[in-house]
Design a protein around this ligand. Structure first.
Ligand code: SAH
Length: 353
């Protein structure tokens, strides 16, 4: 077992089984042994790669979209530009490069990164060394200004609870020990129905909830409702959470999430309907496939312009990156985009009310 696995096993031995959410939080954010605590979880050498790490054209489209949302708000002189879960800082670097071409945008922006990992904060500081940045732990208590938010593959990293319906009752799915190895089980006593949307329980059904996601979206909703602005939430998932979506990636391969704690990235699909239910003060857009969203923003024209300047393997790599971001067989359909926007401003470009 990994060193973190041994610590988790000792904890279960002493105090009993833990929730999937506790397990996820330990594996991702244990201060010395968690995936985000050390090493480099992202990019080609890490466990998983993300849209901004695949090509700069992704961040350029997001930057153009946010800058247009800012113009649609009347180009407020001062505003917050907020990214949740900025990873290596690549997306924000691409947004700022595009933003520099829009008069007034960079000068007026207070750039705020919401990041829990001290290790990733240090990478972001290096990557964005030319800009004045502040870091926050939450999307609450931000400066009282209009704010434009982006979150790419942030919500999928937030700890989930799982519940299973067996013999007419709900139980929480827990992680315990069998013969010294981590294993899934169910809470002994039945529990109240989990806080999901309308579902008709059937035998064996698994549902997931993500309280952290609700907290973050409520904070964004509150901010946009009070001060104006918009948000782009980009992640894999669908309108409703579908069964057991808890998964682990290690060196770009799917693995058993319990096999080697601290060495694999753990995620779950995002339940966008649950996010939408928490939006009460702002408006939310239709859930849109990433490929459609990027096409509407003009990614193909931008990709062609760049391709014209490239030759050989660089050109081939660029064309395949464009395909990866947009094609329905790659990230184009699996990943979705939902926007939030203030009642008195138009829907962000690329999305529909
Ligand atoms: N958006 C980046 C990175 C995605 S990885 C990209 O697209 O490449 C998830 C990011 O969210 C990491 O930066 C991770 O440290 C951060 N994160 C996860 N849970 C968090 C939390 N509860 N609070 C703040 N940051 C968190």
């Amino acid at each position: 077992m990994t060193p973190l696995g041994e610590q988790i096993a000792a904890r279960i031995d002493a105090a009993g089984p833990i929730t999937v959410a506790d397990y996820m939080a330990e594996c991702l954010f244990h201060p010395s042994l968690g995936v985000y605590a050390a090493g480099n979880p992202l990019g080609s050498e890490g466990h998983f790669t993300t849209a901004p790490e695949i090509s700069q054209i992704f961040g350029e489209m997001i930057g153009a979209c946010l800058a247009q949302a800012w113009l649609d708000r009347g180009a407020p002189e001062r505003f917050c530009l907020v990214e949740l879960g900025p990873g290596r800082g690549t997306l924000m670097a691409d947004i700022l490069r595009v933003g520099a071409r829009v008069p007034g945008f960079l000068n007026g922006a207070e750039i705020i990164l919401i990041e829990a990992s001290p290790h990733l904060r240090a990478l972001q500081r290096d990557r964005l060394a030319d800009h004045r940045i502040t870091w926050h732990g939450q999307a609450t208590g931000l400066p009282a200004l209009p704010a434009f938010f982006v979150a790419n593959e942030f919500f999928d990293a937030l700890p989930i609870h799982q519940f299973q319906f067996t013999k007419g009752q709900w139980h929480e799915r827990l992680i315990g020990l069998r013969d010294g190895a981590l294993c899934f089980g169910l809470s002994a006593g039945p529990i109240a129905a989990p806080a999901t949307g309308d579902i008709r329980p059937v035998e064996g059904m698994i549902v997931e909830t993500c309280p952290g996601a609700i907290g973050h979206i409520a904070a964004i909703d509150q901010h946009i409702g009070t001060h104006g602005g918009a948000a782009l939430i980009i992640d894999y998932g669908d309108w409703q959470s579908q069964g057991d979506t808890f998964q682990a990636l290690s060196q770009h391969q799917r693995t058993d999430p319990l096999a080697a704690p601290g060495t694999a990235d753990l995620t779950a699909h995002v339940d966008f309907e649950a996010l939408a239910r928490a939006v009460t003060r702002a408006k939310y857009t239709r859930l849109t496939p990433q490929g459609v969203f990027l096409e509407r923003l003009g990614i193909t024209q931008r990709a062609q312009a760049l391709a014209d300047r490239l030759t050989g393997t660089a050109r081939a790599a660029h064309i395949s990156a464009h395909r990866r971001l947009t094609h329905p067989d790659e990230m184009g359909t699996l990943f979705k985009v939902m926007g939030l926007y203030a009642n008195d401003t138009p829907c962000p470009p690329g999305l529909m009310p």
